[in-house]
Structure formats: structure tokens, C-alpha cells
Design a binder for this molecule. Structure first.
Ligand code: ADP
Ligand code: MG
Length: 622
């Protein structure tokens, strides 16, 4: 019996391999456009004839190739983009497999022209069926032009599988727009059978979206933007009234790579829940950026699928970012609440995550904070995210219903309600005349405030801790606190250990209104204290603050400054069980609403709860 195994000739092997990469003209369009982008082109022209079946040509003004590189580029696994397997996890380019040109050359006739800026002549190469037919110098501008002619001329079976011209052209336009969308600072044009179909001038992402998807989106885009250490998201979603009955205007990019992800689409749809009809599709063009080591783009040959190291985090981040943007958009006067511009632009709604909020987040249970507002901000780093992931587990075990579906289920409802709640709190704040009269204190602990839409219950201590904390943050950031100078300076003697702490804290204490002067032998002179500390209480105030500071000292997660702020806030706050006068309650409520993060105290405990009148009515069958 003779041996029967033989090696396939290169051109056949290439043809087979090409099947994965080049399925239709549009696949070549994608690969060639991406190569042009990778080459740093600022102008990219796509020309197709006969829906790409006769010709797909991409002309770019990128960096071009040397004669050797031009020849090499058609070899299988020839790439300038990765050198070893590690590079695969730091990919910043669109291509990396070194298969596209080899595949195209295996199933079509190819003409390449390329010139680097520093070379005097360019290189012209003609390849048929993986075989070089011609190679010669050519005079040309910097850049590259690759023309793919008569796709599948040598694989008739596959040629027969191509769809009608309109259908293939649609695929081409899809690929073209995906690349063009991701690079608004690059000029793109598409010419089909001699007619220019797209002419996309360089511009902003917003302009690019309108250029591609049409003018009707012009005033209808809501910007999405959230940043964290782990990942960023930016882009636009269409206002709910632009949602369409057909899916289509939906673009999602990961590190500028278009991807299809039912999972992330679900996240976005979840953010739109209740705002659009069930069977309609919102427009979105969203970009997420994250460390390439957190994704695996290698899972699919045409790279439209992607694996995330931790997809639940990405899901939640995307969803909360979109929700956050939509919430901002919906705080327009046409909706439930009469809110003025100052509120729309208020810090809590518009401000990025500050140090202070960040520490509030770290301290509180992540569940608590995530279900409140600006959730995306809380996704700060991997270690935090680990707890964050626990969010799913207990919920699953307790109720079972979360676990019963493979669909991702995250705290949609809660989040959106909280968002609303937050907005309605702001609404309370803007109607002082209504809400701030005849305040009631319950159990010397809770303050009741009402308006048309219901009432809220404020926890006086939690609320005051929040107010003081923000005041101290401001003070330390340079807006000093009112000080009363001591007429007859008091001295305070501390334990040696406390002396060390106070010496360390002197500058911060000064900003916060405590003027202490070291007097030797563990003694300090109190030259001044914050104006709101009652005369005679100076010593105790400092002692209590120190006590609290030491309490926080075991907590490594806080820096010195943070510990100090928290200690003071705790120490000076009105305690639960203290009877308050009308005026005091009013000031407390007003001050709370003026806070950046009014809904939680510095430790993440809620400061208030909203009771909506319509819900109360429902409880009573009304
Ligand atoms: P990959 O993009 O995965 O590296 P390709 O087969 O698409 O593989 O391209 C092979 C190589 O040819 C690229 O790595 C690049 O160096 C070079 N190349 C391809 N197209 C261009 C272009 N338009 N301009 C400059 N260089 C190009
Ligand atoms: Mg490529």
C-alpha cells in the first residue's frame, strides 16, 4: 500500500484558509480599510464595482510599504503588527493575524501600489491566485492602493454563493460605516460604480454620526461619557423618540473595533427600558476603551466577537453609563419635575467622580452605592470589582429568580427608581416654600418634608454628617472655615501618642478652623476653633475628634486627610435623639440638598428615604 498523505500546495492551502477571512466582497472591504487605518492614513477612499464582485479598491495616504514589505505582505502570517504571543494581549491595531492580504490574493487578482514617504519610487505588484505575476517600480504619492479584482474567479463554487448586488453592496456599506464611524478624524469616501455614495469629511464623532445616519439625529443625540480606572465609555445614544422599529443604527466598539455583542446590546436596551416601546430599537454609537489585556479579540476569525475578562463588569458599566446619560436628558422641564438649568448642571448630576465620592463609595457597602446613583463611577478598580461581583451571588441564592435565567439581570429597577428618587429629592429642594414650612421631627431623629408628590424622611444625624463632611472637604480644598479666636487661649495636654497625631495634622486642622500651637511637653495652645463650636467646648471637641481619628486609624483604606474629615464630621454632627427647632431642621434640610452627594452619609448610609404620594395612594387602594 502506498502512503497516502500529501502536503497541499500553497495556493490551495491559502484558498482554504481564505474561506475564513474572505467570505464576500465586504470582508475584503473591512480588511483593506482596517489596514489603511493601521497605516495611519488620514484619507481613505473605497471604490467598488459590481458590488465589489468585480472590484474592491482602497486607496490611502498612510505610511506605505517598502519594496520588500510590499512583497512580503502577501505571505500568510506576514504581519508587522505582532512579534510574539504576548503582543496579542496588547493589540492597538485593527489587524494582527497577517492573513488578510494572503487570503485576498488567494481568491482574487490583486494589484498593489505602495510608496513610503522617504522612497523616491513606489512598488507595483500584481498577484493572481497567490502567484506574483508582475513587480515593477511605479511613480506615485505616499500611501497604498490595493485593488482586488474578480473575487473568487478561481473558486467558482464560492462565487456562486454570493448574493445579489444590492445585498452585497449593503454588506459593504455596513463594513464601511463601521470603520468610518470609529475614526471620525479620518476622511472616508465610498464610490460605487462611479458614483460617490459617501463623502465623509473629518470631524467630531457627533458630526460623523449625523453624516452617516442622517440629519434627523442632529438634535437628538445624548452624550454618554463615564471614566474609571478600569474602563471608559463615550459616545452617543439617540433620544428615546428616535428609536426605530428595525435594528440597525447600533454601533458598539471596543478599543475602536466594531463588535457584535448580544450581551452588551442587552445592557443598553435595559438602560432604555420603559422609555421606548418594547419592539423598538434605540440608536447608539458607543465606544468602550479598556486595557487590551482585559479582552480577547482572537476568538473569532473576523474579529467581530470579543471575549471580556470580566463581562459582568462591562455589562454593568455600560448600562449604568447609558442610564446616567438618559437620566440627565430626562431631567428636562417637559417631564415630571420643574427643574431649572442649575439643577441639570448641578454637581451631583454632572460632576465626575471626586476623591470624596470615591471614598464614600469605598466605605459603604457596594450594594448600597451601586443601587444609588452614578453607579458607573463606583467601578474603580479590579479589587473593588471583586466585591462588586458578589452583588449577583447572594441575590441569586435568596430569591432564585435571578438565577433562573441566563439573561444577565442586574439591579435595573432599583437603579432607575433610585435615579428618579434622586431627581425628586432635587425637586423638593427647589420648592422651599412648599417643602420647608411646618417641618415635623419624629423620635427626635427624623425630619419629615412634604411637597405635592409625596414626602421624604431625613435621618438627621446621617444628613448632618454628610453636610459637615462636604463642608470640611471644601475647607481643606482652600475655602477656609470661619474661626473664632480664643480670647483667653486654653491649653490642652495630650497623651504622647496623640501628640504625634496632632503634630502631623496641624496644617489640615488649621484649614478646618483649629488653630493649635505646640507648646512643648505634649501640650498645645488652642488659639482658635471653628465658629460653630460652643465656647467652653473646644477641648472636648478636639479630644473627641482625636478619639474618632484613632478609631479610623485601624482602617488602612483612608488616608490621613480622609480620616480627619470623617472624624470631624462624625464628632460634630447632631446626634440622633437630639430635639431640633424649626429653623434648625430647615437649615439642615436645605444644606443637605445643597450637597454634592446628598443621598448618603460619608459612610454610605442613606440620609433620606422618599415616599411617593401615588405609591402611598396605591397602598390605600386609591
Ligand atoms: P495584518 O493587518 O493582520 O498585519 P494583513 O495581511 O492585513 O495583516 O497585512 C499584512 C501587512 O501588510 C501589515 O501588517 C502591514 O505591515 C502591511 N500593510 C497592509 N496594508 C497596508 C497599507 N494599506 N499600508 C501600509 N502597510 C500595509
Ligand atoms: Mg490587516
Amino acid at each position: 500500500m502506498p502512503d497516502i498523505i500529501q502536503l497541499l500546495p500553497d495556493n490551495i492551502a491559502n484558498q482554504i484558509a481564505a474561506g475564513e477571512v474572505i467570505q464576500r466582497p465586504a470582508s475584503a472591504v473591512k480588511e483593506l480599510l482596517e489596514n489603511a487605518v493601521d497605516a495611519g492614513a488620514t484619507e481613505i477612499k473605497l471604490i467598488v464595482n459590481d458590488a465589489g464582485k468585480a472590484l474592491v479598491q482602497v486607496i490611502d495616504n498612510g505610511k506605505g510599504m517598502s519594496e520588500t514589505d510590499a512583497r512580503m505582505s502577501f505571505e500568510r502570517h506576514a504581519t508587522s503588527k505582532i512579534k510574539n504571543i504576548d503582543d496579542l494581549f496588547h493589540i492597538k491595531t485593527m489587524g494582527f493575524r497577517g492573513e488578510a492580504l494572503a487570503s485576498i490574493a488567494a481568491v482574487a487578482q490583486v494589484e498593489l501600489k505602495s510608496k513610503k514617504v522617504e522612497d523616491t519610487t513606489g512598488t507595483y505588484i500584481e498577484i493572481d491566485n497567490s502567484l506574483v505575476k508582475k513587480q515593477e517600480p511605479v511613480a506615485m504619492q505616499q500611501g497604498t492602493s490595493i485593488a482586488m479584482k474578480n473575487l473568487f474567479f478561481n473558486v467558482p463554487a464560492r462565487r456562486n454563493f454570493l448574493k445579489s448586488n444590492p445585498s452585497e453592496l449593503r454588506h459593504i456599506v455596513d463594513e464601511f460605516t463601521r470603520v468610518a464611524m470609529a475614526f471620525p478624524d479620518v476622511f472616508f469616501s465610498l464610490t460605487s460604480n462611479g458614483q460617490q455614495v459617501f463623502h465623509l469629511e473629518k470631524g467630531t464623532l457627533k458630526q460623523r454620526i449625523v453624516q452617516i445616519l442622517g440629519n434627523n439625529y442632529n438634535a437628538k443625540l445624548v452624550s454618554v461619557q463615564e471614566q474609571s480606572n478600569y474602563m471608559n465609555i463615550y459616545g452617543f445614544v439617540g433620544k428615546p423618540d428616535t428609536a426605530k422599529k428595525t435594528r440597525g443604527d447600533q454601533y458598539f466598539f471596543v478599543n475602536n473595533r466594531f463588535i457584535k455583542s448580544a450581551y452588551l446590546n442587552h445592557a443598553i436596551m435595559g438602560a432604555f427600558a420603559e422609555m421606548i416601546a418594547k419592539d423598538s430599537f434605540p440608536m447608539y454609537t458607543l465606544f468602550i476603551e479598556l486595557d487590551p489585556s482585559q479582552i480577547d479579540i482572537n476568538v473569532h476569525p473576523t474579529k467581530q466577537e470579543i471575549k471580556f475578562e470580566d463581562e459582568k463588569i462591562v455589562y454593568a458599566f455600560v448600562q449604568s453609563a447609558v442610564k446616567h446619560s438618559l437620566a440627565q436628558f430626562s431631567i428636562s422641564p417637559t417631564l415630571d419635575f420643574e427643574l431649572d438649568a442649575s439643577i441639570q448642571h448641578s454637581d451631583a448630576v454632572s460632576k465626575p467622580f471626586t476623591e470624596e465620592r470615591k471614598s464614600a463609595a469605598t466605605f459603604s457597602s457596594l450594594y448600597n452605592t451601586f443601587t444609588k446613583k452614578n453607579q458607573a463611577h463606583f467601578i474603580e478598580n479590579k479589587s473593588e470589582l471583586k466585591h462588586w461581583k458578589d452583588l449577583y451571588e447572594p441575590a441569586k441564592n435568596e430569591s432564585g429568580f435571578l438565577g433562573s435565567t441566563t439573561e444577565p439581570v442586574i439591579e435595573d429597577q432599583i437603579t432607575i427608581n433610585r435615579e428618579q428618587e434622586f431627581i425628586s429629592l432635587r425637586a423638593f429642594a427647589t420648592q422651599p416654600a412648599m417643602a420647608m414650612e411646618n417641618l415635623v421631627q419624629l423620635h427626635n431623629t427624623y425630619i419629615v418634608l412634604q411637597n405635592d408628590t409625596g414626602f421624604i424622611l431625613i435621618h438627621q444625624q446621617n444628613a448632618h454628617e454628610r453636610i459637615l463632611y462636604e463642608r470640611f472637604v471644601k475647607a481643606i480644598d482652600g475655602k477656609p472655615i470661619a474661626i473664632q479666636q480664643s480670647l483667653f487661649p486654653i491649653t490642652i495636654e495630650l497623651a504622647a501618642m496623640d501628640t504625634v497625631i496632632v503634630n502631623e495634622l496641624l496644617p489640615e486642622l488649621h484649614l478646618l478652623g483649629y488653630h493649635l500651637e505646640p507648646f512643648g511637653n505634649n501640650t498645645f495652645v488652642i488659639q482658635g476653633t471653628p465658629a460653630d463650636i460652643a465656647v467652653g467646648n473646644e477641648k472636648t471637641a478636639i479630644e473627641k475628634m482625636l478619639e474618632q481619628f484613632k478609631h479610623f486609624s485601624t482602617d488602612l483604606k483612608y488616608n490621613k486627610r480622609e480620616k480627619l474629615l470623617r472624624s470631624l464630621a462624625w464628632q460634630q454632627a447632631i446626634k440622633a435623639g437630639t430635639s431640633l427647632k424649626q429653623k434648625e431642621m430647615k437649615i439642615l434640610a436645605e444644606d443637605l440638598f445643597a450637597c454634592n452627594t446628598p443621598n448618603i452619609n460619608p459612610n454610605g448610609k442613606p440620609t433620606y428615604t422618599v415616599f411617593k404620594k401615588n405609591e402611598l395612594d396605591k397602598m390605600f387602594g386609591r
